[in-house]
Design a protein around this ligand. Structure first.
Ligand code: GLU
Length: 552
């Protein structure tokens, strides 16, 4: 029996899209659940749009998600070439493609074509005038020998002579799909620059890498008959195909990288006075981007422009979710449910939705993958993330939090050391849905003392009401604060509690006014850690300011 071999084949033209991550996850799960192998190949035949940095970013995002590949570029502890089927960058496989170009030409199934872009545009226009889709075919009077001679000196592409028969694709998810010959043109398989097109490279690579299952998004379904025709012409084995459902936004539109541009474009329009130089791009590019919905600004221009305009960019790429502070385990668990579910119930009869990778590997098969697009439910992902954060051991949480800060919030690490974060962790874990929101419950640490605003309700309830009033209790205790030494959580708590005991007060009588003075409101992590992380000078200054405010 052939081992199961799947592959994920991203084009390194940008960040890894969340849908790409789901494809990779399903590829890995399908192979690993069958003791097979999962390969990763970088499809960089489009030299203009590809970059090494984008490839590295994709590999990093995959590894971060814990979606490790067995065969492929060695990076982040994943990959390798045990089966000796590399290299895994298409740009390094040109000799392999050349062999198969020669083979197809010799069989009379590929031919050079010399049409200029202008001529092709003319043909397209003529077809459109007749309300037909333009389908390129070899001219009836095409002279092969003459063309081969001309090809030695003239620029040309190589086209595949599409066999005149329908192509049937047997999809593991969608069933049998038939594509009539009339819809399949003689596609370009080698570009003018000598590089193979995606269609050709993918077919040769899947065969030479031993791929048994091609798992990819439904957006590729229309490419598949072209691939099948090529596979058959080359005498390769037809792999199994499984096309995964698309991922939609809640409003039913396709979840696309362009959504980010859309959000910023709308804000630019609303503002009315944003210039190309505000955006950091040249006039023409900016005008084009404003007019044409299919044009995208580079991320390094779009992100700062969004920030300038106060636009919150929709999360689309893995990097976006990573920056927001989702945990990889929560993302992986959530995206596994996009178009698939295990169809099992727990002991209480509830559908099983929370699971780990081992469970996914053991359950994943195509029979439970849907045909229709699935909607991306941000609230559900948030719930997964929050539950995971809450359930984490504080040590593990701080580990994840610090790693996140190293990438996205180095300033926080300058204010808080590991011990302080550990002390704050339980309070943060109860309230932060994502690591990006972890600053929320401890925002008081980062506000300037003289900008604190005191919540009226909290003041009324905890400071003014009662006998004695919180204000008097605080005023009475204030001098003791400065004397606490060392200014450490236990010593602070002990001082507060003994003051309350001596004065026959319950703890809240003193604790709550202190909280209001420190944070403006009556909620904060445990007082000892709240005060020690602010530091004695700040605590004294905040109490002073609050007492003055109350006296005024
Ligand atoms: N390189 C293609 C893409 O990034 C994937 C092709 C495939 O999976 O066959 O969309």
């Amino acid at each position: 029996m052939t081992d199961t071999i799947t592959r994920f084949a991203p084009s390194p033209t940008g960040h890894l899209h969340i849908g790409g991550a789901r494809t990779a996850l399903f590829c890995a799960a399908y192979a690993h659940g069958r003791s097979g192998r999962f390969a990763l190949r970088i499809e960089d035949t489009d030299q203009k749009r590809s970059s090494e940095a984008a490839a590295a970013g994709i590999l990093d995002d995959l590894a971060w998600l814990g979606i490790c590949w067995d065969d492929g570029p060695e990076a982040n502890g994943c990959g390798g070439d045990d089966r000796k089927v590399g290299p895994y960058y298409q740009s390094q496989r040109r000799e392999i493609y050349d062999r198969y170009f020669t083979k197809l030409i010799e069989m009379g199934l590929a031919y050079p074509a010399f049409d200029t872009p202008e001529e092709l545009a003319e043909m397209r226009k003529a077809a459109e005038a007749q309300k037909k889709t333009f389908i390129y075919r070899q001219q009836a009077d095409y002279d092969h020998a003459q063309a081969m001679e001309l090809a030695k000196t003239e620029g040309h592409v190589l086209r595949f002579k599409m066999p005149a028969e329908p192509v049937v694709v047997n999809d593991e998810i969608l069933g049998e799909v038939t594509f009539p010959y009339e819809e399949l043109d003689d596609l370009v398989i080698r570009k003018r620059d000598g590089f193979p097109t995606y269609h050709f490279a993918v077919v040769v690579d899947d065969e030479t890498m031993g791929v048994t299952h091609v798992v990819r998004g439904q957006e590729h379904l229309n490419n598949t008959p072209r691939h099948v025709a090529l596979i058959k012409a080359l005498g390769f084995d037809v792999p199994k195909f499984a096309h995964l459902p698309l991922i939609f936004n809640p409003d039913g539109s396709k979840m696309s990288k362009r959504d980010k541009d859309k959000a910023v474009r709308a804000a630019v329009k609303a503002a009315g006075d944003v210039t190309a130089s505000d955006a950091g791009v040249d006039e023409r590019d900016f005008a084009k981007w404003q007019k044409d919905k299919s044009v995208q600004l580079p991320q390094d221009k779009l992100v700062p422009l969004a920030a300038k305009l106060g636009v919150e960019l929709p999360e689309i790429d893995v990097e976006d979710f990573r920056r927001s502070g989702y945990l990889p385990e929560a993302i992986v668990n959530y995206i596994a449910l996009l178009g698939w579910n295990p169809g099992e119930r727990d002991d209480e009869g509830n559908e099983i939705e929370r699971f780990d990778r081992a469970y996914l590997d053991s359950k994943f098969a195509f029979d439970r993958v849907g045909k229709k697009a699935s909607k991306f439910d941000r609230d559900k992902l948030r719930a997964f993330n929050f539950d995971l954060i809450k359930s984490m051991d504080p040590g593990d949480f701080v580990e994840a939090w610090r790693t996140w800060c190293e990438r996205y919030d180095a300033a926080l690490l300058e204010t808080l050391d590991k011990d302080a974060m550990l002390q704050l962790a339980p309070a943060v874990q109860q309230r932060a849905v994502t690591l990006g929101e972890a600053r929320g419950p401890i925002a008081f640490l980062f506000t300037e003392t003289d900008t604190i605003e005191y919540d009226e309700k909290a003041v009324k309830k905890h400071v003014l009401k009662g006998e004695p009033a919180g204000l008097d209790v605080l005023r009475d205790f204030a001098p003791k604060l400065a004397a606490i030494e060392p200014f450490a959580p236990e010593v602070i708590e002990e001082t507060i509690s003994s003051h309350c005991q001596t004065n026959e007060l319950n703890m809240g009588k003193l604790a709550q006014p202190i909280r209001v003075a420190m944070t403006g409101a009556a909620v904060s992590p445990p007082l000892g850690i709240t005060l020690s992380s602010l530091g004695k000078d700040t605590v004294v200054a905040r109490v002073d300011r609050f007492l003055k405010f109350m006296d005024a």
